[in-house]
Design a protein around this ligand. Structure first.
Ligand code: ADP
Ligand code: ZN
Length: 806
């Protein structure tokens, strides 16, 4: 028997291995195998069992087949294959990305002394003597990696080879224990038929009574006196109890309770209509994507939950995607209280690997039918998948921007189509591309045009920062209207969100005498000044240094901080309102596990008056006592080099405004901007999504951007500036030639150009865009361009349907 195996290496090839007799009965597609690969052992996945024998003598045998059950089936594999081809990423690496991690086996080179008669090491060169001395302190052997570390040197190959050749040293491949394995637990139960006439001690009959009453129990649930090994063995030998091991399920744990659960809601007319339409589509069993376009607070979540309920009742499975972890906490609490009887799998990057692995297996076996999570939850092997919800479908965090650059929103449609499932995309601010597709009829448009209970949408005031000045005549952080609104809201004992779009807007250190700005030595970006920690930090490569007091350029001593981060905003608000309870939510304050939930819970309990935060606070939260939302720098997102900058700005403004006035009190929004007349700002002020769409679409058409074209981005990087630049220019030239030949004139090439972040982590960066009406010629062209182009330290990354352009 032979198997085709995909291995996580940067090559599109798959490999054939022979299956030794002992593994033949258990070999199956979707199981992992440990195989010899070059000089190493690696973990791969069986992707095919070919019917025909291979008569190639060089085929090697698999070494191990550790899984009792496959991790994926052939339908899943079809999706993985599609992903590999579409995103131009090797299948083995797709599998490594998608399947629960930490369970793969890798091998390392280990070294030990050969033993045997002692020899006199003194005639050996010093380097070899040192190695032998060091090895003597590791009688069991040591990995090459560790040896290098303890000896503090890297280049020892020559010495090692000579030592091996003279037979003083043995080197071998040893397999590492995988980081995650199933966890087992011992259980005890009473035998169905207990032999008659056996006399029991008092302790023995106490345990028998307990087991009769409670049924099978895990050891961890027994009193200590019952756990003694000898005691249990005696009972087992007498045929009274049976001991066995069960696999322990490690799940996400209970969700913290945040916010209202709304279990007793009666749907309003628009919600009922949308749900009817969804039900009709669910019963049809055909793939039918729908866009639920509902203003913020219109009750979309309620509609999703009813649809999920329907699916689960009928024995189907559902996946519910949300863009970010910050959102899952509140949603999860809502879902768990809605389906108290059900186990729900939660998948996102914050979930422990062991729990991921266990959940994966229970989803696959059909024990769990509902999966909630961030983008990677899309890959969960849900049985009989009937529904995929993509909440806040416009959110850029559905796009993964390293390794496998996929978009979970787009893949939801691909997977839904393959499974014949209903896909609901929902948003108050649908992506321009998504809304465009409802026009052509590709997606059905369902609308919730009003907030529940006819609550008004918040009133949005736009403040022109060009005319705002503080006492010193400088542009202030907080405008007069915003300060006034904060004061009123505090007086009414209501809550405020202050949103600072941090991208391109941060505290930096500069010298007012000569204008010198402190930048990162490897990224050329200005360093962020964290006053509280007393450091300067690069937010791309983590370079950190102490802020100097003297300017290195002019020796002046007036170095000071400029711009604003969330920390500065917090400080400023405190100055005006020292009595207010202020909290901050950004990547600094939420890096510790559980912090996001803690802040949201405090907000929910009204222990916070003013919450200052970044993008994190704009998402999905539903807190009725928030009546004021302040947007400090609406323009920050407008000035980034990205054709979606206006779309992003409109979405951010609308979403953050939507956090206000969700209770009985109407909401109020104050937007600070230097561009009060920009259409993205005006349309957000008017709550006019369709108006924005109609402003934006002609610009896209004119410039030839999506939805009127498709894009593939190519990102290049190199440690060497000049050589890299030359190689990239060469690729650009080839691209233009091949656009005519291979792509049949159906692709244009934009660039190559220096990336907006021209240098990152010490590497110089360029980018190029391939653009065309159809995706096929673009794929062909990209594939050809990559062939053999990665030479001389030039790295190339492909980004199909790019979302971020930094
Ligand atoms: P969206 O997802 O559109 O922002 P949600 O589903 O979170 O809106 O609903 C906003 C709030 O209104 C929630 O607290 C929810 O419980 C409540 N809600 C939803 N539907 C109704 C309804 N029909 N009647 C009363 N309250 C509702
Ligand atoms: Zn840097």
């Amino acid at each position: 028997m032979f198997v085709r195996v995909a291995i996580p290496i940067p090559s599109a090839k798959t490999f054939t291995y022979a299956v030794p007799e002992t593994f033949v009965p258990v070999a199956a597609v979707g199981k992992r195998v440990v195989v010899p690969f070059g000089r190493k052992r690696m973990t791969g996945w069986i992707i095919e069992i070919p019917a025909e024998a291979v008569c190639d003598q060089t085929v090697k045998e698999i070494l191990d087949l550790p899984d009792p059950e496959p991790l994926f089936g052939s339908e899943d594999l079809a999706l993985y294959g599609w992903i590999s081809r579409y995103y131009l990423y090797p299948l083995g690496m797709v599998l490594a990305e998608i399947l629960p991690g930490g369970i793969d086996v890798k091998s390392d080179r280990w070294l030990r002394l050969a033993g045997g008669p002692a020899i006199d090491p003194s005639p050996l060169p010093a380097g070899q003597q040192q190695i032998l001395e060091r090895l003597a302190s590791f009688p069991e052997g040591v990995s090459l990696r560790r040896l290098r570390r303890t000896m503090g040197k890297n280049d020892m190959y020559g010495d090692l080879r000579s030592l091996e050749a003279t037979g003083l040293l043995v080197s071998e491949e040893r397999v590492n224990r995988p980081a995650v394995r199933p966890k087992r637990e011992k259980w005890i139960g009473i035998q169905a038929e207990i032999p008659v006439g056996i006399k029991l001690t008092q302790k023995q009959s106490a345990l028998v009574t307990l087991l009769r009453e409670k049924g099978d129990l895990p050891f961890s649930g027994l009193e200590n006196r019952f756990r003694e090994a000898a005691f249990l063995r005696t009972l087992e030998a007498k045929g009274i109890v049976r001991l066995r091991e069960k696999e322990l399920f490690r799940g996400p744990g209970p969700a913290p309770e945040i916010g209202r659960n709304g279990n007793d809601i009666i749907l309003n007319g628009a919600q009922a209509e949308a749900l009817d339409e969804i039900r009709a589509r669910l019963t049809s069993g055909r793939f039918s994507p729908s866009l639920l376009h509902g203003v913020t607070g219109s009750g979309k979540t309620e509609v999703y939950l009813r649809a999920v309920d329907d699916v689960l009742r009928n024995g189907g499975g559902a996946i519910y995607l949300v863009p970010e972890i910050a959102l899952t906490a509140q949603l999860l609490s809502r879902v768990q209280s809605r389906f108290p009887e059900r186990e729900i799998a939660v998948i996102h990057s914050g979930i422990a690997r062991s729990a991921r692995y266990d959940q994966w297996k229970r989803i696959r076996s059909g024990e769990i039918n509902l999966v909630v999570g961030a983008r990677s939850a899309l890959f969960a092997p849900v049985r009989n998948l009937r529904l995929i919800v993509v909440d806040e479908e416009h959110d850029p965090s559905y796009k993964q921007d390293d390794r496998l650059r996929y978009n979970a929103r787009d893949l939801a449609l691909v997977r839904g189509k393959a499974a014949g499932a209903l896909v609901i995309l929902g948003s108050a601010t649908p992506g321009i591309q998504t809304f465009f597709r409802t026009k052509g009829g590709a997606y059905r448009l369902l609308r919730l045009p009003f907030r529940v209970d006819n609550r008004p949408l918040p009133r949005v005031e736009v403040v022109d920062m060009k005319t705002e000045r503080d006492e010193q005549g400088r542009t202030p952080l907080l405008s007069h209207p915003l300060i006034a609104a904060l004061g009123e809201t505090l007086a009414q004992r209501k809550q405020t969100l202050l949103f600072l779009n941090r991208r391109g807007f941060h505290t930096f250190l500069f010298c007012p005498d000569c204008g010198h700005v402190f930048t990162c030595p490897s990224c050329d970006l200005s360093l962020t000044h964290h006053a509280a920690m007393g450091v300067l930090k690069c937010h791309h490569c983590d370079f950190t240094s102490k802020p100097p007091t003297i300017c290195p350029a002019c020796r002046g001593n007036h170095v000071r901080s400029q711009g604003a981060g969330t920390e500065r905003v917090e400080e400023e608000v405190r100055k005006f309102f020292p009595e207010a309870r202020i909290a901050r939510m950004d990547s600094d304050t939420t890096s510790r596990k559980g912090e996001t939930e803690r802040i949201l819970q405090a907000l929910d309990r009204r222990e916070i008056d003013i919450l200052v935060g970044t993008q994190m606070i704009t998402k999905g939260h539903d807190f009725p006592e928030i009546t004021l939302v302040g947007v400090l720098a609406a323009d920050a997102s407008m000035n980034i080099p990205d054709f979606r900058a206006a779309e992003r700005t409109f979405q951010l403004l609308t979403q953050v405004s939507g956090r206000g006035g969700r209770g009985d009190q109407p909401g109020r929004v104050v937007v600070q901007t230097f561009n009060p007349n920009h259409y993205a700002i005006r349309r957000a002020q008017e709550h006019d999504y369709v108006g924005f769409y109609e402003d934006e679409l002609p610009l896209r058409r004119e410039l030839g951007y999506p939805p009127f074209s498709r894009l593939i981005g190519l990102h290049f990087s190199s440690l060497k500036k000049e050589e890299g630049k030359k190689a990239v220019a060469e690729i650009g030239k080839r691209a233009r030639e091949m656009a005519g030949t291979i792509a049949g004139g159906k692709a244009d090439v934009i660039g190559p150009a220096e990336s907006p972040l021209a240098r990152l982590r010490g590497r110089y960066r360029w980018q190029m865009l391939l653009r065309g009406k159809e995706s096929r010629p673009l794929h062909l062209l990209a594939e050809k361009l990559m062939e053999g182009a990665e030479r001389n330290g030039l790295e190339i990354r492909v980004d199909v349907d790019p979302v971020h352009f930094m």
